[in-house]
Ligand binder design. Structure first.
Ligand SMILES: Cc1cc2nc3c(=O)[nH]c(=O)nc-3n(C[C@H](O)[C@H](O)[C@H](O)COP(=O)(O)OP(=O)(O)OC[C@H]3O[C@@H](n4cnc5c(N)ncnc54)[C@H](O)[C@@H]3O)c2cc1C
Length: 663
């Protein structure tokens, strides 16, 4: 059998066929033609074992990694560029971070040997996979196939370049796995397939721009283990789905959208890349001490449809040349078509009718699933492309996170499955339309957004020039976080209410060292602070010095009647600031700031607030205290602190960037 193209589709076909044949005690000979590989024996190849690029972001999805495990293949450490911990979906300054669920794995790799300056060019995923096919018994010919035609006895004959001349191989069956990025009109193999199968038509394509961002001195830790999906550009740069996938020393960036669809000349891609890097929400991703510049850009095609009649007598196409799951997980799709074809060949036969019966249903399954995908992506775009709707979704995700255990969070799971390709689109579509999902969006999203919006208007909180990040602590982390703070309180010998009536915890990651965050926190009561300015609330230091025990910060809410003071009781190293509420309705309560270093320059700032409502001493004041306790709008506290923490993050990061520039 001849396989033309040793990318994922061709390599997986050879692997599945040879493994299955061995299991059933059958002898099969497989020859793989791959024009980018440099000879056989990839295991020991030097730098040039794979020529060029495979036009891909290089994200390996959890389901693909499951398949590799099933095949007994472990991606070698040197091929893995990064292990991904989370996905961040950015829509109109709202950032939804989705952790990779326990037991799932996401990796990034390079498929070929580009970018040419990377020091580990010899390690690529396609070479690893093809090597596995060779180890399973495939013969590799590192040449380009230029034609396929039927012989007189109706066997396909493959004609390939060989040295200065050409070679020929007559096969019982030919698999065309040449992808869709081999030149205009799909390359020579599309023409060959059309001649063999007159009704064949390649799948519909859409252009993308892919480039490598060389990052110096290193990919910042805030980006190093996260895949960023950026769902919008600007009015003049219309983008829909962009991704930044971290590698060692690089970020692979993919741009898709109306501004990319119509690109003509090469210079125009450069302009799109320049505009993209200049977007404020993209510039904010890189600290100022990080320099990045685009290298190795190209404009490959994404498959967004299905081929017509991609098989016939003793010949079939697989992988991208046939179809793929819309916008996600192309390598897994290539594997699925390859496996279905290998099973058909062994179980049914290689004639047109056997292929129709055995292979046809898998291709119809893709077509059906992609119809659901089209609706899923329209909804996804509508939500993330609109400022208002992205806020509703962001809010609904936060509400779910704070109120439900991980396994019951529908929205988070849907977003994870769309972003990571961890499910079929049909399942995702029905999950999106489920009444419980719609209910979550309406109650946890629409209603709470409206309520919070009113609070933001009343308190004059404006979101301009900085992003929204989730700051509420997820339900499953709440108890652990509570115990953590209880321990901190005990270790600091601070008296704090046990199980207080009002208790809140917030946390945010900040791309800055501890001392810079602490310095900003110290400005808490200063007139030049860059955060915590709710309208109608005067916050001022009335005694002591910032960040020094004894410092007193006074809150005056509207009038003198609602006045209370916080005193900094303890500052433990540079990581813990404990304030005590001295008077007012929260008398005896605590406000604690904790700054923990994470990886690299990333830190986590957490806030704990806990108090019991003061009881009155006279009959009237008791009634008033009771009323106050029951009518206290706790959500306003969340709204104000969410805004203040996001603003504080922005202030600290900007300041830290300026400092780094000076360094
Ligand atoms: C911008 C972009 C980003 C993507 N990101 C991801 C991602 O992060 N994760 C993911 O899973 N998928 C991603 N994909 C999709 C993925 O790249 C494809 O679905 C996948 O590569 C399809 O595999 P294939 O084997 O069918 O084709 P290809 O990977 O294109 O392989 C075809 C192979 O055939 C060889 N070949 C071609 N013509 C000949 C010939 N005449 N003779 C000999 N050899 C030949 C080529 O050298 C090549 O190695 C992305 C696609 C694009 C365009």
């Amino acid at each position: 059998m001849a396989v033309i193209g040793g990318g994922p589709a061709g390599a997986f076909f050879a692997l599945h066929l040879l493994r299955e044949a061995e299991r059933s005690g059958r002898q099969v000979q497989v020859v793989v033609f791959e024009k980018r590989s440099v000879g056989a024996g990839l295991a020991t190849c030097g730098e040039g074992c794979w020529k060029g690029c495979n036009y891909c972001a290089g994200g390996l999805s959890p389901r693909l990694l499951d398949v590799l495990k099933e095949l007994g293949l472990a991606v070698p450490e040197e091929v893995i560029q990064r292990r991904i911990d989370s996905i961040t979906v950015q829509g109109y300054w709202k950032n939804i971070e989705l952790d990779v669920p326990p037991g799932r794995e996401l990796l990034s790799v390079y498929r070929g040997s580009r970018p040419s300056r990377r020091p580990d060019r010899q390690h690529g995923f396609d070479a690893f996979l093809l090597n596995a096919a060779v180890a399973a018994g495939a013969e590799l010919v590192g040449e380009e196939v230029i034609e396929i035609a039927y012989s007189e006895r109706r066997r396909p004959v493959v004609q390939y370049r060989s040295g200065e001349g050409t070679g020929e191989l007559e096969a019982d069956f030919v698999v065309v796995a040449t992808g869709v990025n081999e030149g205009a009109d799909g390359g020579t193999m599309v023409g060959a397939l059309r001649r063999l199968l007159p009704e064949f038509a390649p799948p519909r394509l859409r252009r993308a721009v892919v480039f490598e961002l060389e990052v110096e001195p290193e990919v910042p830790s805030s980006l190093a283990s996260t895949v960023h999906f950026v769902e919008y550009g600007s009015r003049s740069l219309r983008l829909e789905m962009c991704s930044l996938v971290p590698k060692r020393g690089y970020l692979t960036v993919v741009l898709v959208g109306p501004s990319v669809d119509g690109l003509g000349e090469r210079g125009e891609s450069r302009e799109v890349i320049r505009q993209f890097l200049d977007l404020p929400h993209i510039r904010r991703l890189a600290p100022a001490n990080v320099r990045w510049h685009a290298v190795c850009a190209c404009r490959p095609s994404l498959v967004v449809g299905s081929a017509r009649q991609p098989f016939g007598e003793r010949v079939a196409a697989v992988g991208d040349l046939v179809t793929t799951r819309l916008y996600k997980d192309g390598i897994l799709s290539a594997q699925e078509t390859a496996r279905a074809l290998a099973e058909t060949v062994l179980g049914w036969g290689v004639d047109a009718e056997s292929l129709r019966r055995g292979y046809g249903p898998t291709l119809r399954g893709f077509r059906r699933d992609n119809r659901f995908a089209a609706v899923v992506f329209v909804l996804h775009r509508v939500f993330f492309g609109s400022s208002g709707l992205s806020r509703v979704l962001y809010q609904a995700v936060i509400t779910e996170r704070k109120s439900r255990p991980r396994a019951e969070r529908r929205l988070e799971q849907i977003l994870w499955r769309i972003s990571s390709g961890d499910d079929r689109y049909e399942e995702i579509f029905w999950a999106m339309l489920h009444p419980a999902t719609v209910g979550s969006i309406f109650v946890g999203g629409v209603l709470i957004t409206m309520r919070n919006y009113v609070a933001e208007v009343l308190f004059g909180l404006r979101w301009e020039g900085f992003g929204r990040f989730t700051t509420g602590v997820a339900k499953e982390r709440l108890e652990a976080k509570r115990q953590h703070f209880a321990r901190l309180i005990a270790e600091s010998h601070v008296v704090a209410p046990d199980r207080p009536e009002f208790e809140r915890m917030y946390t945010i990651k900040i791309r800055a060292p501890r001392d810079r965050i602490l310095a900003q926190l110290g400005r808490f009561g200063e007139p030049d602070r860059g955060y915590l300015w709710p309208r109608g609330v005067r916050i001022e230091r009335v005694a002591g010095r910032p960040n020094t025990p004894g410092c007193v910060v006074q809150y005056t809410v509207v009038s003198r009647q609602f006045r209370f003071r916080l005193e900094l009781e303890q500052l433990v190293e540079e990581r813990l600031a404990i304030y005590r509420v001295r008077d007012g309705f929260a008398r005896g309560g605590v406000l604690i700031f904790e700054i923990e270093p994470l990886t690299g320059e990333l830190s986590a700032l957490s806030i704990y607030v806990g108090f019991n409502f003061a009881r009155g001493t006279t009959g009237l004041s008791r009634v008033w205290a009771w009323l106050f306790r029951h009518l206290f709008p706790a959500f306003v506290h969340d709204v104000v602190w969410n805004h203040s923490l996001c603003q504080l993050r922005d202030v600290v990061e900007r300041e830290s960037d300026r400092g780094n520039f000076r360094d």
